[in-house]
Design a protein around this ligand. Sequence first.
Ligand SMILES: Nc1nc(=O)c2c([nH]1)NC[C@@H]1CN(c3ccc(C(=O)N[C@@H](CCC(=O)O)C(=O)O)cc3)C=[N+]21
Length: 286
Amino acid sequence: MTAHLIDGKAFAAGVRARVAERAQALGVTPGLAVVLVGEDPASQVYVGSKEREARAAGFHSVVHRLPATTSQAELLALIQALNGDPAIHGILVQLPLPAGLDEDAVILAIDPAKDVDGFHPVNVGRLALGQPAPVPCTPRGCLMLLKDHLGDLSGREALVIGRSAIVGKPMAMLLLGANATVTIAHSRTKDLPAVCRRADIVVAAVGRPHFVKADWLKPGAVVIDVGINRLDPAPGEAKGRLVGDVDFEAARRVASAITPVPGGVGPMTIACLLDNTLEACLAARA
Ligand SMILES: Nc1nc(=O)c2c([nH]1)NC[C@@H]1CN(c3ccc(C(=O)N[C@@H](CCC(=O)O)C(=O)O)cc3)C=[N+]21
């Protein structure tokens, strides 16, 4: 079997086009503020893409680039200002923050109505309760791809590998909300290969290159690879290759469908950020 490639890049372009269309019809310009503290090169690339794609969708897009020496008080003051700015409907503070800054306190300071990452405890609670709330962008993008490919997820065995607050936990909540039977595996899980072989759906979000092996997969499983791992450059290469958390070349011979890296989940994350910002703008108007 050779797996169908789930084209997240194309799907994300469609999501962005619909967002741009709805934004145009709105009569209010959705505003997104991204806050980047420090000079992490990967974060700079992601923030650049968010800014560019927000502009392309017709949004008011501002990026606050702050030095790594920014104090907690300065960062909190910026968030308060953005909370009070009527032109801004969505606030995203790029994570991880440099050492010395308290991420939990920063997330707590964001107005939950402007929390387009869905990381504020109020929004995490709403998701757990099944109440409407902004949903974290990466798991939301994964669920869109799964529903588009499989249709109804009811009763399917879904395995989420990884229990982070950003991906693993909200992914499990979304799958549960879609009536899948959900298992969350992590570093203490016993016999992960055996647990994995039961799954119809595998979402890999561990942050280790090629962690999930082909012989862990049930033949025909649908595999969503959330990993974005930059390998060391091979001789003669300027930049290392980007790979996921799944041993892609081997897994595509066992799975029925799989997301590539790049071009899978990553573009969906940004598309969902724009959609969450549009939704926040709509809610602010109502
Ligand atoms: N508050 C916060 N919210 C985030 O959503 C957030 C964050 N912090 N910190 C970092 C991670 C990472 N992230 C990605 C977004 C897009 C791609 C993406 O578009 N990737 C492309 C390739 C990009 C490349 O070539 O480097 C792809 O997979 O095809 C990847 C990763 C959002 N994050």
